[in-house]
Design a protein around this ligand. Structure first.
Ligand SMILES: CC(C)(COP(=O)(O)OP(=O)(O)OC[C@H]1O[C@@H](n2cnc3c(N)ncnc32)[C@H](O)[C@@H]1O)[C@@H](O)C(=O)NCCC(=O)NCCS
Ligand SMILES: Nc1ncnc2c1ncn2[C@@H]1O[C@H](COP(=O)(O)OP(=O)(O)OP(=O)(O)O)[C@@H](O)[C@H]1O
Length: 291
């Protein structure tokens, strides 16, 4: 499934809002809250329950999203007065690690938003400079490609482990490539789905599913291997081929996808992060969208 952003149904998103750090941080935190409460997301934490997780619920995700807002603000304040370069990368990295620590303090050690801090942190920083979507993705990618000079120790994270085990790419590569799953799938599907008259929550669910059709989500791979990745991608494709979550068959297939993922204990947390990032970017285009 290839969806092009600049097709006839897409709104004119050539110009992005230029906002101050407080507003950018607020939109980033809001996007995380919107993603958390969106339901029914397959096997993810949502307002119905904990999905494949045993240590998280929607209230915890809300608290985590809230506590991250000042850190996104600090990243934006840093980015607004510095060019994309090693000094900014170093500062953003340090603030990102502080944010992760604050998240773990707020959640008693649970990883609620690690991947989201990374993606949204880069995008918030890039959004202080970008006038267009292309500039936003390019600047975020340029930052992600700079070496993380403040990183003291690399531990074998779930992401690193499955990247080595299966040769998959993960959160780091997604950012370094300029977020292709947001550019080519999440954002276009959000716009197409709205334009054809789907409800806002169906449009957001369809955007999530579009991301899931192709993502090598290291959360899924670490919990359920390549079988989990195939199940997620094929199941998401089937829902969208049936017309999306707004159709009866699409809803039935979404249900089936959830049961299949739960059976494998697989949670598409990386796709959820990229949906939150999609919603953040969407909120920067509201000037020109019609909804
Ligand atoms: C880039 C990071 C997140 C990569 O982590 P890694 O893949 O090694 O680990 P881990 O499995 O712990 O977490 C990755 C998280 O990313 C998300 N994710 C998983 N797969 C994907 C994917 N294909 N694409 C995008 N996100 C994904 C999930 O939420 C997952 O939990 C890591 O290096 C990091 O924490 N960097 C933060 C320091 C920093 O520079 N911050 C500043 C910028 S905000
Ligand atoms: N609604 C959501 N439900 C579940 N996970 C989400 C949601 N939104 C975002 N995520 C992302 O999923 C990740 C959590 O997934 P997971 O618990 O599998 O990670 P882990 O701590 O690496 O692994 P594990 O808990 O299996 O050891 C978080 O980093 C978070 O960014």
């Amino acid at each position: 499934m290839t969806i092009l952003l600049r097709n006839s149904t897409a709104p004119d998103v050539s110009k992005l809002l230029r906002l101050d750090p407080e507003n950018l941080a607020h939109l980033a935190s809001q996007a995380l809250k919107e993603e958390a409460s969106l339901s029914p997301k397959p096997a993810l934490v949502d307002s119905r329950g904990s999905g494949a997780h045993t240590d998280m619920d929607v209230d915890l995700l809300m608290r985590s999203a809230h506590c991250l807002e000042p850190y996104f603000c600090k990243m934006a304040e840093n980015a607004i007065v510095r060019p994309i370069g090693s000094e900014l990368r170093r500062n953003i990295g340090a603030i990102g690690r502080d944010a992760e620590q604050a998240m773990r303090q707020e959640t008693n050690g649970v990883n609620t938003h690690k991947g989201a801090i990374w993606a949204l942190g880069l995008l918030v920083a890039a959004a202080t400079k970008a006038n267009t979507l292309d500039e936003l993705f390019n600047d975020a990618a340029r930052l992600a490609n700079l070496p993380d000079e403040g990183l003291k120790a690399v531990y074998l994270s779930n992401g690193l482990q499955v990247r080595h085990q299966y040769g998959l790419s993960g959160a780091k590569e997604e950012a370094q490539q300029g977020f292709p799953h947001i550019q080519e799938l999440g954002l276009p599907m959000l716009f197409i789905s709205r334009a054809r008259g789907d409800s806002e929550s169906d449009a957001q669910l369809n955007a999530l599913l579009a991301i899931m059709t192709r993502l090598s989500d290291t959360c899924v791979a670490s919990r359920a291997g390549l079988e989990g990745i195939n199940t997620m991608q094929q199941g998401a494709n089937a829902v969208l081929d049936a017309g999306g979550t707004g159709t009866l068959l699409g809803r039935q297939l979404l249900n089936k996808l959830e049961q299949d993922l739960l059976r494998l204990n697989a949670s598409p947390g990386g796709a959820a992060d990229l949906l939150a990032a999609t919603l953040f970017i969407d909120s920067l285009t509201h000037q020109t969208t019609s909804h």
